[in-house]
Ligand binder design. Structure first.
Ligand code: ADP
Ligand code: MG
Length: 646
């Protein structure tokens, strides 16, 4: 029985063309996808020399018949699609029928396989694209493919391969992605000396994440409540008929994990987006994730996110790029908003309880910003965050990333702990030539922690440098950044009042006359209405000059002019791309920053008490609107430990 066939030329021509065999990891990717498409429950991969010398992958999938084992190496030979229409409804990982011939052309390949319908297996040997040997062998059901000496006949291509450890890093990254996307399957990845990843089948993504990364990393993540939505029926532009007239509207499901607001990464390498269990890079979704974290994370730092989208195959086009890492959604805006809202909801709904150590290495960039520099940071920051983020097409530079050292692998039942920054990143490996990105020894815990929830019984004791409030309760010692804390309180209040259209306004004793630059004038005209809704009363006062007659309450008069300039400049830099929501967030952040208690300001006891209470009741008390931490904690246990009492 033969199930593989050669695609007709017309179908083949419609497939995104291009070479996919670039390095050992791309070979592993294609072979792994084939194993998963073949229904394997367990896939075992072993590599030598980072895969340059040898890659072997063994699966327990359906296997191939004798005839198929030969046909599989023809170009455009596939069992996965038949017609051009099938290209619009791809439910397998592969469909191009090109991987096996491409790999066989540049290596020494041995295939051993048996299909359930046949009594004996088939062994096929191909060198540099030439069939060397075919014979019958005894073989359990399933498939093994060995690829030796990649690019042996093309030294120019071989030269482009990186060091063993870098290539191994790429392979490890890749296998980890597939392991995360397929928790119900078992995976083993080993080199000659180490077992790099070994995971048995588990029930869900959470358990798989635990196997791969360990409890500590999992603790930093919030699990999203799965959300299912029907795609709204919209008329097709051509026909005017409802699009899904033929049947039920398709259902899209989102689930996954995002990092707690305190976790800040310096690049986007920890953002993973899977569509129907395929890891893809997608600007739209990256934007949705950034949007969800707006005013929770500062601009320029990024969350960890693993988003799994299940979508009917007809809703997504994977035939965009030969490596199948890019997709096009039929209802892009809908998917974008669904992802953004699901994450946002998770972030707002979660009031976690435990505390965790402040990361010692690579402190978030924003922590280095002085409170007095917040205005600068704000003027600069949102410009970056509001534009469509680029998903890096190339690995990040080495300078931007921390180094990781190879640690001895831990085998099951003790779960492996792979830090997100290293093995998981699709881009990490090449950034660190000569280093393997498998595991970093856990950093020693720092006693001072950014807590996750602010209790309401904090007793203020005083201030450090008139800037940081020191408080205590039964849990230990707390240090609060008074400016950041007050900013958060004011921001939440302003946003609420703006929503209720109840922003409090103060009349200024003397109108403030402000000269506007031409671009500020243009921006002012564009956002005048929103400014009014935020408590500004502004009137034209001659050419390019305005009079500010009233401003949001709480704002010291001397801040009004600066604030206005900051808002106008901030928006101007955005160009036209800024949404109303973004504009509102930005105005609220600016107002709260200028109205907030400054650092180097003595506070009376009552005021400190009030601030701690108010912060405890804020929606997101642990970060300021720019995403910096507001509170640190030195727990009682840490004190005991430090004084060697336990
Ligand atoms: P594609 O995956 O795009 O169909 P490939 O060149 O990767 O193209 O594989 C060609 C065909 O070989 C597949 O369609 C499948 O029928 C068969 N095949 C490849 N690998 C396996 C495997 N591990 N188990 C069973 N069949 C396989
Ligand atoms: Mg394939």
């Amino acid at each position: 029985m033969s199930i593989i066939h050669i695609l007709s030329e017309s179908v083949a021509n419609k497939i995104a063309a291009g070479e996919v065999v670039e390095r050992p990891a791309s070979v592993v990717k294609e072979l792994l996808e084939n194993s998963l498409d073949a229904g394997a429950n367990r896939v075992e991969i072993s590599v030598e020399s980072g895969g340059k010398r040898r890659i072997r992958i063994v699966d327990d999938g359906q296997g191939m018949t004798h005839d198929d084992a030969l046909l599989a190496f023809e170009r455009h030979a596939t069992s996965k699609i038949q017609s051009a229409e099938d290209l619009f409804e791809i439910s397998t990982l592969g469909f191009r029928g090109e991987a096996l011939p491409s790999i066989a052309a540049v290596s020494r390949l041995v295939l051993e396989t048996r299909h359930a319908s046949e009594n004996s297996g088939t062994r096929v040997e191909i060198n540099g694209g030439r069939l060397r040997d075919v014979k019958e062998v005894a073989w359990p059901q399933g498939t093994s493919i060995e690829v030796r000496d990649l690019f042996y006949a093309t030294p120019a291509r071989r030269k482009f391969l990186k060091s063993e450890s870098t290539e191994l890093g790429h392979v490890a990254t890749l296998v980890t992605h597939y392991a995360l996307a397929h928790p119900e399957k078992g995976f083993v990845l080993s080199s000659l000396t180490n077992t790099i990843l070994q995971v048995s089948p588990v029930a869900n993504h959470r358990e798989r994440l635990y196997q791969v990364m360990g409890g500590q990393t999992l603790d930093q993540l919030l699990e999203m409540t799965p959300v299912e939505r029907r795609v709204p029926m919209v008329p097709l532009p051509e026909s005017g008929e409802p699009e899904e007239a033929a049947g039920e509207p398709p259902i899209i499901r989102v689930e996954g994990f995002v990092s707690r607001p305190e976790i800040q990464k310096l690049n986007r390498n920890n953002i993973y987006f899977f569509v129907n269990r395929r890891l893809v890079r997608d600007r739209l979704i990256l934007h949705a994730i950034t949007e969800a974290f707006r005013n929770i994370l500062p601009s320029g730092v990024f969350p960890v996110a693993l988003i799994f989208l299940e979508i009917p195959p007809s809703e997504v086009d994977v035939n965009v790029h030969p490596s199948k890492t890019e997709v096009r959604f039929r209802h892009g805006t809908f998917v974008h908003d669904l992802v953004r809202d699901s994450i946002r909801q998770t972030l707002l709904a979660t009031r976690p309880v435990a505390s965790f150590p402040v990361p010692k290495s690579a402190p978030p960039a924003s922590l280095e910003v002085e409170a007095a520099d917040v205005a600068d940071a704000l003027a600069e920051g949102p410009q970056r965050s509001a534009t469509m983020p680029d998903f890096p097409a190339r690995p990040a530079t080495a300078a931007a990333r921390p180094e990781f050292r190879l640690a001895p692998p831990r085998l099951e039942p003790r779960p492996q702990r792979l830090p997100l920054d290293s093995v998981l990143s699709p881009y990490a490996a090449a950034a660190m030539p000569g280093t393997i990105h498998v595991e970093s020894p856990p950093a020693e815990e720092s006693a001072i922690r950014a807590p996750r929830e602010l209790p309401l019984d904090l007793q203020p004791l005083g201030q450090v440098q008139d800037s940081f409030i020191v408080a205590v309760n039964s849990e230990g010692l707390w240090i609060v950044d008074q400016h950041a804390a007050h900013e958060r309180v004011l921001f939440d209040r302003h946003v609420r009042r703006r929503q209720e259209k109840k922003v409090e306004v103060q009349r200024l004793l003397m109108p403030i006359i402000v000269q506007l630059k031409p671009e500020q004038q243009a921006t002012y005209q564009a956002i005048a209405e929103e400014l009014a809704a935020n408590g500004f009363e502004v009137e034209p006062f001659g050419q390019r000059t305005v009079a500010i007659k009233a401003a949001p309450a709480d704002l010291p008069a001397e801040e009004v002019e600066k604030l206005m300039a900051e808002i106008l400049d901030g928006v101007t830099r955005e160009g036209a791309a800024i949404s109303l929501d973004e504009l509102r967030g930005k105005i609220a952040a600016s107002i709260s920053c200028h109205a907030a208690i400054k650092i180097n300001m003595p506070l009376v006891h009552n005021k400190m008490d009030w601030l701690l209470q108010a912060l405890g009741q804020a929606d997101c008390p642990m970060t300021c609107p720019h995403g910096r931490p507001t509170v640190l904690r030195y727990g009682t246990k840490d004190l005991m430990k430090a004084f060697k009492r336990i």
